[in-house]
Design a protein around this ligand. Structure first.
Ligand code: SAM
Ligand code: SF4
Length: 396
């Protein structure tokens, strides 16, 4: 009878199994049951939490020990959800929440959006699965959803940190609005492609489509005023911080990245410097996107800045330059506003639909992804590999 020997990379155990009767998946699952994932098997960067430099943000501050325990208990710590309407008055040409079939049309409310009752129930279901935070990433601009406060208040009630991703200019210039977010324990993540290049930043939110009624306000000016207001109220005076920037790096803004990074470090702001996600409007590579080599070279330079100027020792191989490794894929799922559930916003695997299954049932299907958590970005790696293959085909 043929036997197979394999080394389990997490435990160092040599495992023999009969190849004709059980597969490696089952053996790995048996090892999980008896030994489980250990803290040592996770990247040490997860333990860089309180730095006063914004290395991570409130809601993503999971230590290796906490993560190992959550993996072994299959606890869903950190999902990403489109809990709000798809509507957004801006029209970024790279928006990952918008269908690539609508490359430059406006972002409108969809006919199949989940009801508010279902969305609130979803928060309860996530809480029951152990969620400590929810990344509220759309589908459009979260803060303009008519039920925005009901959603935030439900998360607060369930002891879940709301992580609100926002363009910032529409609602966050209002002090009472921002104060309420602060009082409800939210972390705020601003879209920041540039802090100072108004022409570039304003053109991004205006998008490529021809609009009947283009917005006339100066987006950059209003968003920067909103950032100042959040700082005045004190989101960045927490450790880990409750203030973050989401910054897509590409050829057009690469020159500003070092200044942005230093500004964020000096002000205890978590900065997620990322490449385009291979999903939505950026499913196909966009003009100005960095190659894998360019991105990792830039990340290595930022890691040097961290080491030399901010006393932070870290690797530079994760999807967020100079920031904590990723936990959304593995310790969470990505829920679309219509109910479709994927393993992450990079959309590599469709796992089910909330119109047919509960969140718990779908979460059970992600066990293999959770078990393999390494903080990296599998969907981006797959997209880069595809691009390399395409390039080599074109050259032959
Ligand atoms: C989808 S938006 C929704 C929230 C809000 N409307 C905003 O723009 O901040 C959430 C974050 O994802 C970023 N984002 C959008 N499309 C992206 C893409 N294709 N790749 C990477 N990040 C993207 C946005 O810039 C924003 O910071
Ligand atoms: S502001 Fe946000 S939701 Fe609106 S188009 Fe831009 S990325 Fe998409």
């Amino acid at each position: 009878m043929p036997h197979c020997q394999t080394l389990d990379t997490r435990t160092g155990l040599v495992v023999y199994f009969v190849i004709t009767r059980v597969g490696y998946e089952e053996v790995a699952s048996m090892i999980d049951t008896f030994v489980g994932r250990t803290a040592d098997s996770l990247p040490p960067e997860f333990d860089i939490i309180k730095t006063g430099r914004g290395y991570t943000m409130a809601g993503w501050d999971f230590s290796r020990a906490e993560l190992a325990a959550a993996i072994n208990a299959h606890q869903m710590l950190n999902p990403a959800m489109e809990l709000g309407t798809n509507a957004c008055p801006w029209n970024c040409s790279f928006c990952f929440t918008e269908s690539p079939d609508n490359p430059d049309g406006a972002k409108r409310r969809l006919t199949n959006e989940m009801s508010i009752a279902r969305r609130l129930q979803l928060i309860d279901e996530a809480a029951a699965l152990g969620a400590r935070s929810i990344n509220f990433v759309g589908a459009g601009e979260p803060t303009i959803d008519p039920n925005f406060w009901q959603l935030i208040e439900r998360m607060h009630l369930r002891h879940i940190t709301p992580i609100v991703y926002t363009e910032g200019a529409l609602r966050l210039t209002d002090r009472a609005f921002v104060q309420r977010l602060y009082d409800l324990g939210a972390t705020v993540v601003f879209k920041v492609n540039s802090l100072h290049d108004e022409a570039y930043q304003n053109a991004i939110v205006a998008g490529d489509g021809v609009r009947k009624n283009p917005r006339s306000e100066n987006y950059t000016e209003r968003r920067n005023a909103a950032i100042d207001l959040c700082m005045d109220i004190g989101f960045h005076r927490h450790d880990p911080t409750r203030l973050a920037f989401d910054t897509i790096v590409c050829a057009q803004n690469a020159g500003e990245i070092f200044d942005l990074h230093r500004f964020a470090r000096r002000n205890n702001i978590f900065i997620l410097i990322v490449n385009y996600l291979p999903s939505g409007r950026s499913t196909d590579p966009l003009h100005g996107a960095l190659s894998r080599a360019e991105q990792f070279d830039l990340f290595a330079q930022l890691a040097r800045v961290d080491r030399e100027e901010f006393d932070l020792e870290l690797a530079s191989r994760f999807p967020y330059a100079g920031g904590t490794p990723c936990t959304i894929r593995g310790m969470g799922l990505f829920v679309k506003i219509g109910g479709r559930v994927l393993d992450c916003p990079g959309e590599s695997e469709s796992l089910g639909d909330l119109r047919e299954n509960s969140l718990a049932e779908i979460w059970g299907r992600a066990r293999h992804i959770t078990r393999a958590l390494d903080g990296g970005c599998a969907p981006r790696e797959v997209a880069w590999a595809k691009q390399r293959k395409q390039l080599s085909i074109e050259r032959t």
